[in-house]
Design a protein around this ligand. Sequence first.
Ligand SMILES: NC(=O)C1=CN([C@@H]2O[C@H](COP(=O)(O)OP(=O)(O)OC[C@H]3O[C@@H](n4cnc5c(N)ncnc54)[C@H](OP(=O)(O)O)[C@@H]3O)[C@@H](O)[C@H]2O)C=CC1
Ligand SMILES: O=C(O)C1=N[C@H](C(=O)O)C[C@H](O)C1
Length: 250
Amino acid sequence: MEQQIRVAVAGANGRMGQEVVTMLGQDKQLVYVGALDTRGEDEAIRARLEEMKPDVLVDFTTPHSVYRHLEICLQHGIRPVVGTTGLSQDEIQEMTRRFGEAGLGCIVAPNFAIGAILCMKFAAMAAKYMPHVEIIELHHDRKLDAPSGTALKTAEMIAAVREEIKQGHPEEKETIPGARGAEYEGFRIHSVRLPGMVAHQEVLFGATGQTLSIRHDSINRESFMPGVNMAIKAVMNMNGFLYGLEHLID
Ligand SMILES: NC(=O)C1=CN([C@@H]2O[C@H](COP(=O)(O)OP(=O)(O)OC[C@H]3O[C@@H](n4cnc5c(N)ncnc54)[C@H](OP(=O)(O)O)[C@@H]3O)[C@@H](O)[C@H]2O)C=CC1
Ligand SMILES: O=C(O)C1=N[C@H](C(=O)O)C[C@H](O)C1
């Protein structure tokens, strides 16, 4: 039998955390050792970690707590698998350096659903040939951050290959501020929040006489679990920081 992996979960009572705990219970290689809540004193957190002795901390919490959780993992030599969105690019760069220096595995993935990863990759492929692009992401109305981590990652991947062009009319004017969405490297990202939605993204391309739409829909949170499972196993064999699940499936 493969070596068992002890997994703690931050945000275990949340929408994603509950799904993760169920998934851990279905895989004999993974042992759920308990929930970590970091809203108490440092001493209580240390005691809880000593009790649980996790190899991996899965984090699905909030944009406000995720950075601290990475620091706690560095202090205690625990490998994080982070789905929480909202880390800034500077924070990601800093953690890349610190986990690299520590030689400790860490995976931060804005989306664990394989279809969403493919949506990002296909969008980056298309942007090379069709540089007029806009991203629309649509989520449930309990979501804290906008744009979604997935939309930001998609935008980064598009910007890395897209020819720099000015989109839209040069004299465009917003009669209601924000009407054209957020601007990222010359193209727009739009965020929709509605009850009834889970996690959806459409990347729209336009060129003379044609359009292309690439769309992904997560219709439930189980869609993220194969990716979380894969990341927990992969992070055990890593000695640095990885941002985005696409690097694991190539
Ligand atoms: N990468 C991916 O594939 C996905 C990422 N996400 C991201 O995951 C995050 C969580 O989403 P979701 O599950 O919907 O959110 P929820 O609000 O349902 O869950 C968040 C949980 O975190 C808990 N929490 C808050 N602060 C702390 C802390 N300091 N220590 C421990 N627990 C804490 C909350 O507890 P309490 O309720 O008591 O406040 C809550 O149970 C979001 O950033 C979201 O964008 C979501 C889906 C997929
Ligand atoms: O908050 C969510 O629900 C989701 N968050 C992630 C994001 O911000 O991209 C991943 C997925 O879209 C669901």
